[in-house]
Design a protein around this ligand. Structure first.
Ligand code: ADP
Length: 759
């Protein structure tokens, strides 16, 4: 439509500053100068820039409108003003273009009335809602950006598309197909009814996933027309909301099954705390009827003793809208009370308003039983632990006592040789405090050097060898170093210790200070050496003396004999007697010296031991004492089946001495009977020489074995007191022993042991 307007030029307009007006005008305005130059106002520049990079004004119009605009411009150049209805590129509604002559050129003013639909499209965009306008044949005429985004298609792809297009892939929430002819937009067109919030899933080609939409379709009719003109469809993307709801439903299901699995009863109550039917599980458990449990009737099923605290807690929870948690015994339908844990939570709506209470009762009897069993077990365990602790304490006390009381030093080492304990004796021996020793490497502290001052390496230390190989060691002589720097001679035993798995864990060392023992040994040794020396001197003296005495005695003897032979009977009788005394004395002196010489020689003689039969020896003895035997009716008998190791000549002398003593010291007027017996005792032969003589008082039993010891005057019993001394020497030379037992006036038994012939 083209309208030709009357010239509006008036005096008033002539005075206005048109340039300012044009610049401020929100409508696009262009001026075509006489020289063909086009000038655009600000609104026009902004609009044109969207469609033409070069700023071509004509780009604003659809091609169909171009001829009419050209005509109008021509008219303006001729001085006519015209209004042309034009189709602008970006709007549905037509625009009104006024073209007026201006300064030899033309002024073009575009006014576009905005279609309400466009406004709506924009508005929906702003709300993030998709919106389309569809023609009666369901082709899409318009779509906003939100629609394009939600559906995953560009606006161009959407334009002209048909709801029936088989490329749409739509589904119902249950996953079944949503055919095009049933889409809300199609329905709305057909029924002229608004289709509200229809849930629909559409496949999003970019996301390659389903989008959930809530679609509302509104049919538009031209006033009075029966056929719909268009349909407007608005839809929201509820995918996230949908996912959230699905998740919430899943969680709720899970939560419910969880609650059911762990509780006996699930119940609900009004916000004010009133119990309202139906409570199916409560009824089933307690056997109460709705009339009985309604309100606070449920309290009747609670054990009388538990009612007070239950109701107090319930009232508190309801008042504070806070967690309700208690325990009580609940009566089962069969009358039995069951211990229950009770919990209820207040459920609120999205505004935070309390809408109901949901509570649970959980059976505690299994837990109670388990608790009881656990308590019993605990008590038993505690008892055992106590018992064990007491045992341990006893053992510990005992071992502590032992350690403390022990005279020997005891200390414990760990596997590295560090002292872990020490008893007072150990500390005393080495001059350290117990505290000082514990935690110290024992070797470095007290065992670092040998007695001669050489460093003591760990490799040669017996204690460390035991720590390494777990073998017990005994060391008879070593030194440990006293805190004051001197060496303490010690003997010690190292015993390995083991842990509970049998692995070597250290050692216990028992140390003995052998200072005293060594001193005593040294003294003994000195004494023995002294004794041996003096014995040797004595023997030397006895030998020399007796040997040298023999010579003058021989002279005295010879001259006495000479004197006797020549003057016997020629002098007075007293002189004869004196001569006799002299001869007697010389004889005794000779025998004494010979005995003494024999005795002295004995100790220097080397023994050659051979097996000798005692019987053989005694036959020789019998021979030796035959004179005595024949003289006074005394007797010698023997029962000696054994053989001994010895030197026959000495043993004959020994036995002769004993037998002749037995014969000699007989009781006056009574014949002597001497009996010799023998028996084997281990490695030795025990020989006994028994007589029926005068006996020997106990106090002399030791003395008579010393030289020159006699108990009688020579006039009563002859002898020089050397016999038994020689007997002892011979016996001891053979490695045997001699002793006696005797009862005075009843007889004596001399015992001696001699080595048996090794079997
Ligand atoms: P002696 O030459 O005096 O016999 P001995 O050394 O043989 O010397 O004996 C020492 C002393 O022991 C004897 O003088 C005697 O008093 C006592 N004696 C030894 N044998 C007997 C015996 N069988 N019965 C009693 N007394 C004895």
């Amino acid at each position: 439509m083209t309208v030709t307007l009357p010239d509006a030029g008036s005096a008033a307009f002539q005075t206005l500053d048109a340039a300012a007006l044009l610049a401020a005008l929100p409508d696009p305005v262009a001026h075509l100068g006489a020289d063909g130059q086009v000038t655009l106002n600000r609104a026009a520049q902004a609009r044109v820039a969207q469609y033409s990079a070069t700023g071509d004004w004509m780009a604003l119009f659809q091609a169909s409108s171009v001829p009419a605009i050209r005509d109008a411009v021509q008219a303006a150049l001729r001085g006519e003003t015209r209004q042309v209805t034009v189709q602008v590129v970006d709007t549905v509604a037509p625009g009104l273009l006024t073209v007026a002559p201006s300064a030899g050129g033309a002024l073009l003013h575009l006014h576009v009335a905005r279609d309400p639909l466009e406004v709506a499209l924009e508005l929906m965009d702003g709300l993030g809602l998709g919106m389309t306008v569809q023609a009666p044949d369901t082709r899409i005429l318009l779509a906003n950006d939100a629609a394009a985004r939600i559906l995953g298609l560009s606006r161009d792809q959407l334009m002209g598309r048909d709801s029936m297009d088989p490329e749409w892939r739509a589904v119902h929430p249950d996953g079944t197909d949503f055919p095009g002819e049933t889409h809300p937009s199609v329905q709305a067109l057909r029924t002229l009814q608004v289709q509200r919030e229809v849930p629909m899933g559409v496949y999003h080609p970019q996301a390659q996933d389903w989008r959930w939409l809530q679609v509302t379709a509104i049919p538009r009719r031209a006033p009075g027309a029966t056929q719909p003109k268009q349909v407007t469809t608005v839809f929201a993307d509820v995918t996230e909301k949908q996912a959230m709801q699905t998740e919430m439903r899943r969680r709720e299901r899970r939560y419910r099954s969880l609650v059911r699995a762990t509780s006996q009863i699930v119940w609900d109550a009004f916000p004010d705390g009133d119990f309202q039917p139906p409570q199916a599980e409560w009824e089933a458990f307690t056997g109460q009827t709705p009339a009985q449990y309604r309100g606070v009737g449920w309290l009747d099923a609670v054990h009388p003793d538990d009612r007070a605290h239950t109701i107090a807690e319930w009232q508190r929870a309801v008042r504070d809208g806070d967690l309700y948690s208690t325990e009580h015994r609940l009566r089962r339908a069969d009358g039995q009370y069951v211990p229950m844990q009770v919990r209820a939570v207040p459920v609120t709506d999205e505004r935070g308003q309390l809408v109901e209470w949901v509570g649970t009762h959980s059976d505690l009897s299994a837990i109670r039983e388990a608790e009881q069993a656990l308590r019993a077990l605990n008590a038993e365990l505690e008892g055992r632990v106590q018992q064990r602790t007491e045992d341990l304490a006893r053992v510990t006390r005992f071992s502590t006592l032992l350690l403390t009381a022990a005279g020997e030093g005891i200390f414990g080492l760990d596997a590295r040789g560090v002292t872990t304990f020490a008893n007072p004796a150990a500390a005393r021996t080495l001059g350290y405090s117990i505290e000082r020793m514990i935690g110290q490497p024992q070797h470095d502290l007290v065992h670092h050097h040998h007695e001669d001052g050489r460093p003591y390496s760990l490799a040669e230390c017996p204690i460390h060898q035991t720590l390494r190989d777990g073998q017990t060691r005994r060391v008879e002589r070593d030194v440990m170093w006293h805190a004051q720097g001197h060496a303490v001679p010690v003997a010690y035993v190292v015993t390995p210790t083991h842990d509970e798995h049998g692995q070597p864990s250290g050692a216990v060392v028992m140390v003995q200070d052998i200072t005293e023992r060594i001193r005593a040994q040294e003294q003994l040794q000195e004494l023995i050496e002294d004794l041996e020396r003096s014995n040797q001197d004595l023997e030397q003296f006895a030998y020399v003396a007796s040997h040298d005495l023999q010579e003058p005695l021989r002279t005295v003897g010879s001259y006495t004999e000479l004197l006797a032979r020549r003057y016997q009977g020629q002098l007075d009788p007293r002189a004869d007697q004196y001569l006799h005394f002299m001869q007697d004395a010389v004889d005794r002196m000779r025998s004494l010296i010979q005995d003494l010489l024999g005795f002295a020689r004995l100790s220097r003689a080397d023994l050659t031991l051979t097996p000798v039969a005692l019987d053989t020896l005694l036959r020789g003895v019998q021979q030796n004492v035959r004179g005595t035997l024949d003289a006074d009716g005394s007797s010698l008998t023997w029962d000696t089946p054994d053989q001994v190791m010895g030197q026959a000549s000495l043993l004959t002398q020994l036995l002769t001495n004993l037998v002749s003593n037995g014969l000699k010291f007989h009781r006056p007027g009574e014949a002597a009977h001497v009996q010799v017996t023998s028996r084997r005792e281990g490695d030795m032969i025990h020989v006994q020489v028994r007589d029926n003589g005068i006996g020997i008082a106990p106090e002399y039993h030791a003395r008579i074995f010393e030289i020159f010891q006699r108990l009688h005057r020579r006039e009563t019993y002859a002898g020089n007191g050397m016999g038994l001394a020689i007997c002892r020497k011979i016996t001891e030379h053979h490695g045997g022993r001699i002793w006696l037992d005797s009862t005075p006036d009843q007889g004596s038994t001399f015992h001696l042991t001699l080595p048996a012939v090794p079997s």
